[in-house]
Design a protein around this ligand. Structure first.
Ligand code: ADP
Ligand code: ZN
Length: 763
């Protein structure tokens, strides 16, 4: 990481002129700009007190001495150096933005995810905190106690005496403007007093806006059942032992995992410590938050829709420790909450992909949380009905402690799941719609019994592709070479990757044939079909198109909860975490839509999605069942979901992973090259492959390389994409190979490469 400032040697000052015995106070500064990592700078004498580890500083960078901001991440006295270092120019913040623990964590991230430390810090410290959003800097004046004691003996000009008199009578600090107004004078006498040292001044940040006040905790704790009790005891044992352990809580949907988290948090809070609860962004609804607020009162919520001011407010409140914030609930980035007294981290639905950030640093909150928990010697609890195979495997190997909750609360049964074979069902359909005859009957039955229905279709839009029957070519995005989706309501053809939009073509753009076909079914089409099949019931569609306005998601769920809406249909947005006791039927329109994507986790995702959506029913006393339409009812992933059998799925999937050396059996690093010109991309990818091989040979690291080859999405947003994957048994060795191979790599044209450690996105 540490780069030498070679360009800084001053040619007209030969090294022997430097005083070799002189001691220099040197700061290591991490800058976000450029590929460099951490650079050394001299701390000028006058800044010695201000520059601390964790404060930001302005430094000159490169030959042009461009001024950039960086974080001081280390300080040391260096004796007899022969290097000529530049000086720090200025201290940016009057306080540290990073605690020592957070600095250790970010250094680990930089190393693990092969990302410059400055860039990691940029992610970890929110922009609102860096910019001190919502606060302004103000000078405040006070009379030092010694001056106050000898006030009567002072001989001062009349104006100055009056000013000093007013300020000392005031008792509380005042700004120069307030004081001038109170004394009816200009600021000149005030400045004179400050120069004489008779008035002390201090720069402070004042908050513009008070923080929202928290609800009072009201809800009583439920008495835990036996399996919950056992799970809690495992967590408490680790907690009371003051040590780290990762606990995988593998509990079926509705087994009361959340209740166990809350009991554990209660204990943590009773020690005066704090807990961080990470949930997928999509589950961060007011209902989820209020569940925690009702128990713990002051709960800070950190999610991606916060304004800079709000985020900064929460951050300060959490960090200060003066206003107690016992619980922080948030999405991925809440793992960086600056809690001074952290006692526990919980990750609910730990298998969710949204815990991985898809831009640099491409970190996974689960791994970061684990590192933080090890460092702070606290337990980490991972909860899921369908743990990621990575976590499952670690539990199998004894790296994680596993607790199981195999039953739902109050011994409610898991819903019965039936599959409908779409290959044979076709013939018996009422229409050529998306809903088979059997599913139609099941919906009718559920509705007439007063129940509610959830329908899952994981494709948004109306028709999922547009194709010419004459030349056979699909209508694709000019930026992405991906088929456009027909959105009937907007009357547009839309690219689901770059959001390119165009009028729906009535002629084929390739052969000009009039009469292009709209094929495939999206949620908009399903909505139309449901409305025409069940005209006496209210139906509501939930996908990213219908949920764009802020609050629409909560509004929709509230209408469903109140029973105003009987049929809720949508994409995976509706599959996760919802707890509606009156849902007696879940229908899956097409279970195999994601089964054959070119991604080694396609089956795992399908299994997870089916299990999660099935878990939305049978949560109340009325019970419930699930109907799954599929072209492959015999597929092991679908069979395992039908049987609610996680172990069967793992037993089917793990041997394949092992055979191919895929995670969890090996580490994986993915490198993607992007370029607007294909040949530049190919050249860079080829060069990378060569360098990787050289480094691997040199370091004697055994690895398997896949590619370079065009990525499954070969062109996105106008950039050609080439991917290569590295697989190996030693994660550190793999990282070290990539580090060496990418050092000083020249990139042709606008070609770029990105490194993704433990990638989840293979497309
Ligand atoms: P999970 O997180 O495993 O899906 P939850 O914690 O949300 O499950 O619990 C499902 C439902 O059961 C919730 O409505 C919850 O209030 C209720 N519940 C949890 N624990 C108990 C218990 N011990 N006794 C009765 N009801 C419970
Ligand atoms: Zn596009």
């Amino acid at each position: 990481m540490k780069a030498e400032q070679k360009s800084l040697f001053d040619t007209d000052a030969p090294p022997w002129q430097l005083d070799a015995a002189a001691e220099q106070y040197v700061a290591q500064v991490a800058v976000a700009a450029g590929p460099v990592g951490v650079l050394d700078y001299v701390v000028p004498e006058a800044m010695r007190d201000e520059v601390q580890i964790g404060t930001r500083v302005r430094v000159p960078l490169g030959r042009g001495n461009r001024r950039v901001t960086g974080y001081c991440v280390g300080l040391q006295n260096v004796c007899g150096t022969t290097r000529r270092l530049k000086n720090i120019l200025q201290v940016v913040d009057g306080r540290r933005l990073l605690s020592p623990a957070m600095l250790r964590l970010t250094k680990w991230m930089s190393d693990y995810y092969l990302c410059p430390l400055g860039q990691v810090l940029e992610t970890v410290v929110p922009a609102g905190v860096r910019g001190s959003a919502g606060t302004r800097q103000t000078t405040i004046l006070s009379v030092p106690p010694a001056v106050r004691a000898g006030l009567r003996d002072l001989k001062l000009p009349k104006k100055q005496a009056a000013v000093l008199e007013i300020l000392s009578r005031q008792g509380t600090p005042m700004t120069p403007a307030q004081l001038a107004e109170a004394a009816g004078c200009t600021t000149a006498p005030i400045s004179a007093l400050r120069r004489k040292g008779l008035i002390a001044s201090q720069v402070q940040r004042l908050r513009h806006q008070p923080l929202e006040t928290a609800d009072q905790p009201v809800e009583p704790y439920r008495e835990l059942n036996d399996q919950q009790h056992v799970a809690l005891q495992h967590i408490l044992k680790v907690l009371r032992g003051g040590r780290h352990e990762t606990i995988l809580m593998q509990g079926v949907t509705g087994s009361g995992k959340t209740e166990v988290y809350m009991h554990a948090i209660r204990e943590v809070v009773s020690y005066g410590r704090q807990a961080i609860v990470l949930v997928p962004e999509i589950s961060l609804t007011p209902q989820t938050v209020s569940r925690f607020r009702k128990r713990f009162g002051a709960v800070a919520v950190l999610h991606s829709h916060l304004s800079d001011v709000q985020r900064h407010g929460h951050w300060e409140q959490i960090a200060s420790g003066t206003v107690p914030v016992p619980v922080i609930v948030g999405a991925r980035s809440a793992v960086f909450a600056p809690t001074p007294h952290l006692g526990l981290i919980v990750i609910d639905e730990e298998h969710e992909n949204s815990f991985k950030q898809e831009t640099a640093p491409r970190y996974h909150a689960r791994e970061v949380a684990r590192q933080r928990a090890i460092d702070e010697q606290i337990p980490l609890v991972l909860g899921s009905a369908t743990p990621s195979l990575e976590s499952y495997y670690r539990a199998e190997r004894g790296e994680y402690l596993r607790v199981r909750l195999p039953h739902r609360v109050e011994n409610r049964p898991l819903p019965a799941v039936n599959t409908i074979d779409l290959r044979t069902a076709d013939a018996e359909r009422y229409s050529r719609g998306a809903i088979s005859r059997q599913l139609h009957i099941a919906i009718e039955q559920a509705l007439s019994d007063g129940g509610q229905v959830i329908l899952l279709l994981n494709r948004r839009g109306f028709s999922t592709h547009i194709q010419c029957p004459s030349c056979g070519k699909p209508v694709t995005c000019p930026q992405c070479e991906i088929g456009l989706t027909h959105h009937k309501h907007q009357r547009q053809a839309i690219c689901h990757y770059c959001d390119y939009r165009t009028r729906v073509p009535d002629r084929c753009p390739h052969c000009n044939f009039s009469g292009v076909r709209f094929l495939g079914k999206g949620t908009q089409k399903l909505e139309e079909e449901v409305a025409s099949r069940f005209p006496n019931y209210q139906c509501l569609r939930m996908d990213t198109d219908s949920m764009q306005r802020p609050g629409s998601h909560e509004g929709a769920l509230a209408r469903f909860r109140q029973g105003e809406v009987q049929i809720l249909l949508g994409t995976q947005m509706i599959a996760k975490g919802l707890d509606f006791p009156n849902v007696t039927l879940v229908g899956v329109i097409n279970a195999d839509s994601a089964l054959h994507l070119p991604d080694f986790r396609a089956e795992e995702r399908t299994f997870q999605l089916l299990t999660q959506v099935a878990g939305r029913t049978g949560r109340g006393p009325r019970g419930g069942h699930v109907v799954v339409q599929t072209l492959q009812p015999e597929h092991p992933a679908i069979q395992a979901a039908v049987a609610h059998d996680y172990e069967a799925f793992a037993a089917h999937e793990l041997p394949t992973r092992k055979l191919l050396g895929y995670p969890p059996y090996g580490a994986m690093i993915r490198i993607v090259v992007r370029s607007s010109q294909a040949d530049h991309g190919i050249a860079l990818a080829g060069q990378l492959a060569e360098q990787l091989q050289l480094s691997a040979d040199e370091q004697r690291v055994a690895l398997r390389r896949i590619g370079p080859a065009p990525a499954p999405f070969a062109k996105l947003r106008g950039k050609h994409r080439f991917a290569l994957q590295l697989l190996g048994r030693e994660p550190d060795g793999l990282r070290s190979v990539v580090r060496q191979a990418t050092k000083g790599l020249k990139t042709p044209g606008d070609a770029q490469w990105i490194v993704d450690v433990d990638p989840l996105d293979m497309l």
